[in-house]
Design a protein around this ligand. Structure first.
Ligand code: SF4
Length: 218
C-alpha cells in the first residue's frame, strides 16, 4: 500500500512539463507520485533505453560545457544546480543540466537529444522561475534560458516568465499538492508510458492490441 510522503508532497519539474503544455492530461499520475513515497509503490518496468540516452546526453553536455567555458563563462553542472523550492502545499525539485554565469547575468541550459517539443521549453522556463528563488547565488540575477538540440538552439528570454506562465505553473502545483486527488484521464496513449501499475490505478488502460474482440467487417 502506497504511503504518504513523510515530508509532504514533492514533485520533480519534469513531471509537470507535459501537463502544462497539454501533451499529457492525466494529472492524477503526477498527483499520486507527488503524494506518495517512491519506495512504497510498485512500478511498471521501463522499456526506455536509459544507457543509450545517457551516453548521448552526457557527450552533448560535455561539448556544450566546453564551449561555454571557452566563451569565458562560469559553468555549473547538473548536481551542482540541484534545488528544492518549498511552497505551502508542495515542494518542487529540479536539476538543470547547466547554468552559465557572466558578470551581467546567467543562462539556464537544457540539453536535448530527441525531437523538439513544447514541453522542453516549459521545463527550462520552470527552471528560470525556480532557480533564482531556490538558489541564493542566483537571487536577483537576470536569468535567460536556452534549449540545446543536436542541430540547433532555442533561446528563451527572461520575459517568458510572465504572469500567464506563473499562474499555470502555480495552479498545477496547488492541484498536485492538495489532499483531494487530481483529475484522472485514462488513455492507452498515456497509460502506456505511465509507471503506475493497475494495483494503484485500476483504470489503467492496456494497449488496444491486447484487448480481445471482434474484427470489424471493413
Ligand atoms: S495508468 Fe493511466 S489513468 Fe492511471 S495514472 Fe497512469 S496515466 Fe493516469
Amino acid at each position: 500500500m502506497a504511503e504518504l510522503r513523510a515530508n509532504g508532497p514533492y514533485v520533480w519539474i519534469t513531471w509537470l512539463t507535459r501537463l502544462l503544455v497539454g501533451e499529457a492530461s492525466c494529472e492524477w499520475a503526477a498527483w499520486f507520485q507527488a503524494q506518495h513515497e517512491s519506495w512504497s509503490w510498485s512500478k511498471v518496468p521501463s522499456s526506455f533505453d536509459h544507457v543509450g540516452w545517457q551516453l548521448a546526453h552526457t557527450a552533448k553536455l560535455n561539448t556544450v560545457h566546453a564551449e561555454l567555458e571557452a566563451e569565458g563563462l562560469t559553468v555549473s553542472l547538473e548536481r551542482q544546480n540541484a534545488f528544492t523550492l518549498k511552497g505551502r502545499a508542495i515542494a518542487i525539485g529540479g536539476k538543470p543540466d547547466l547554468i552559465a554565469r557572466s558578470t551581467e547575468g546567467a543562462i539556464v541550459l537544457d540539453v536535448k537529444t530527441g525531437k523538439p517539443s513544447a514541453s522542453h521549453a516549459v521545463q527550462v522556463m520552470a527552471y528560470m522561475y525556480a532557480v533564482p528563488r531556490a538558489l541564493p547565488e542566483y537571487r536577483g540575477l537576470p536569468l535567460d534560458g536556452r534549449l540545446v538540440y543536436t542541430d540547433h538552439e532555442v533561446e528563451i528570454p527572461a520575459s517568458a516568465i510572465d504572469s500567464v506562465f506563473v499562474d499555470s505553473l502555480t495552479s498545477l502545483l496547488r492541484r498536485l499538492g492538495a489532499a483531494d486527488p487530481a483529475r484522472k484521464v485514462p488513455s492507452t496513449a498515456e497509460c502506456g508510458f505511465c509507471p503506475i501499475t493497475q494495483s494503484d490505478c485500476p483504470e489503467r488502460r492496456v494497449h488496444q492490441e491486447d484487448v480481445p474482440g471482434e474484427t470489424e467487417d471493413f
